[in-house]
Design a protein around this ligand. Structure first.
Ligand SMILES: [Zn+2]
Length: 152
């Protein structure tokens, strides 16, 4: 794009009178007076690269919701956290660790298991390593909820 064209586009977009309009509005003003091949692409390129427009551009992303902290459990083993640590070396056929933590007392159990463990196997490990020694919790908080929602 030549210097004259750059300067024209600058005048129709960047000056205070032009007001940093969007591509379509800049083109509408521009088309009334000037023409050259691929003019639209040049205007679009200039507007998309405009630093001022990038700095004040409002986000089109949906607003992020407020964080809602979990309530404090009423007693020990009322609510537990369960999750898996998976980026570990394979030892004796196990390549993951199931972590169980009481949200109030912070009692925790680290149970070796496999990444490919089924919901039934995970449920059995949970019974053997948590419920057998403690109580059955009222709720379980987990990031990997799908495994726990299927056949757990
Ligand atoms: Zn701009």
């Amino acid at each position: 794009m030549g210097e004259l064209r750059k300067r024209l586009i600058h005048e129709f977009h960047d000056t205070p009178l032009a007001g940093h309009k969007k591509v379509r509005a800049t083109m509408a003003e521009f088309q009334k007076r000037y023409f050259w091949p691929c003019k639209g692409a040049d205007v679009e390129e200039h507007v998309k690269a405009c630093v001022k427009c990038q700095m004040v551009k409002h986000s089109t992303q949906p607003k992020i919701g407020k964080l809602r902290p979990l309530s404090i459990p009423k007693q020990n083993f009322y609510s537990i956290l369960m999750n898996f640590m998976t980026c570990i070396l394979k030892v004796a056929g196990n390549n993951a660790i199931m972590v169980i933590v009481c949200r109030l007392s912070k009692w925790s159990a680290f149970v070796p298991c496999s990444k490919q463990a089924t919901a039934e196997k995970v449920a059995q490990l949970f019974l053997d390593n948590c419920v057998r020694h403690r109580e059955f919790p009222w709720d379980i908080v987990s990031v990997r909820g799908l495994l726990f929602q299927t056949q757990f």
